[in-house]
Design a protein around this ligand. Structure first.
Ligand code: AMP
Ligand code: MG
Length: 333
């Protein structure tokens, strides 16, 4: 099937395709999503096939209007409502008890459903025009880095989906935070665009995932993720600088073509190609770039990407979660 590339002004075509049960990729403020009608099982099957996504990895449903929620969930607490009022529209996904109308294929058979309101204007226009709850995982082949541009989506999805709305590069770059609101204190199942530091002053919240463990809380967190074909080595800990130099030299001595993914301030390292994460003084820039830089490992044909780790606070916690999962080797100094 040829994939139509649509402009934001052609949102009506995209909405009609969604209403006909087709899959359409669209930009959000985090990454590009691959959307389909959440209430149409056959449409949802197409998402799993296009991505090669494991069936037990549930999808997030995207809405634009709070009245849509009453068809999808049995209810929510006043504390959950505070979060909706504060962070919606935005990169926060709330896990709530589901109603039977939500097909099991969307939730991987769970009794809960994950929901969010995106803030990207193209996403909002599409959700309003389709006037449907839209299930949308990231629009990449499962396991690959998430797409932050239409070009990334086409690399993975061309010929497999009906259309993509090209809204340019996304802004935030890392996916939404997944927060389980069926337990109290609430639990962060996946770190994301809204940080622990932003949530914890408003509601009691616990880390529901182990940053360094193999025991996943969100079903999707157990799979290899975010990975280019290029080998990835992540350097963490307190002596990152010296170790980067050692690793770069060791790989070059093996005859490998090395890329160094590092902050601008660190780009003085030995003669490796620099994949620039932006300044250390604003790690939001790194968040917006990491998936593009990981994909560049493949498009530019490197043998190895060596990555400078960063402190695990705020959005740094989310970035490090993604980089750990993308890595073949983690060197802790
Ligand atoms: P993606 O849309 O590819 O960014 O992935 C969505 C993430 O949300 C995955 O890690 C899922 O496992 C997680 N998720 C979706 N629905 C639920 C749910 N009902 N309970 C817990 N985690 C969920
Ligand atoms: Mg994903």
């Amino acid at each position: 099937m040829p994939t139509q590339v649509l402009k934001p002004s052609q949102i009506g075509i995209a909405a009609a395709l969604l209403r006909q049960g087709e899959c359409v990729a669209f930009p959000t403020e985090t990454v590009y999503g691959l959307g389909a009608n959440a209430l149409d099982e056959e449409a949802i099957v197409k998402i799993f096939i296009a991505k090669g996504r494991p069936e037990d990895n549930p999808l997030i449903i995207h809405c634009h209007n709070r009245s849509q929620l009453t068809d999808l969930v049995t209810g929510w607490s006043p504390q959950a409502e505070i979060l909706m009022d504060t962070f919606w529209p935005g990169p926060l996904t709330l896990v709530l008890p589901k109603k039977p109308a939500v097909p099991d294929i969307v939730t991987g058979g769970l009794a809960t459903v994950a929901l969010r309101f995106p803030s990207h204007p193209v996403a909002i226009n599409l959700l309003q025009a389709a006037d449907l709850p839209i299930a949308a995982p990231s629009a990449n082949i499962s396991g690959r880095p998430s797409p932050t541009s239409a070009q990334h989506v086409l690399e993975d999805m061309s010929g497999k989906i009906a259309a993509i709305v090209d809204g340019g590069p996304t802004g935030g770059g890392v996916e939404s935070t997944v927060l389980d609101c069926t337990v109290f204190p609430f639990r962060i199942l996946r770190p994301g665009g809204i940080t622990y530091e932003e949530l914890s002053p408003l509601v009691p919240v616990e880390m529901g995932y182990e940053p360094h463990s193999d025991t996943p809380r969100a079903p999707g967190m157990k799979y290899r993720h975010y990975s280019p074909n290029t080998r990835v080595v992540l350097i963490t800990g307190s002596k990152v600088e010296g170790e980067i130099e050692r690793q770069v030299k060791a790989c070059q001595a093996q005859g490998e073509k090395v890329a160094l993914m590092a902050f601008t301030e660190s780009a003085t390292y030995p003669d490796a190609y620099i994949l620039d994460m932006g300044s250390k003084t604003d790690v939001n820039v790194a968040a917006s770039r990491i998936y593009h830089l990981l994909r560049q490992g493949d498009t530019l044909g490197f043998d190895v990407i060596i990555i400078e780790g960063l402190p695990e606070v705020g959005i740094g916690r989310t970035i490090m979660d993604r980089l750990r999962k993308a890595s073949d080797t983690i060197v802790h100094t």
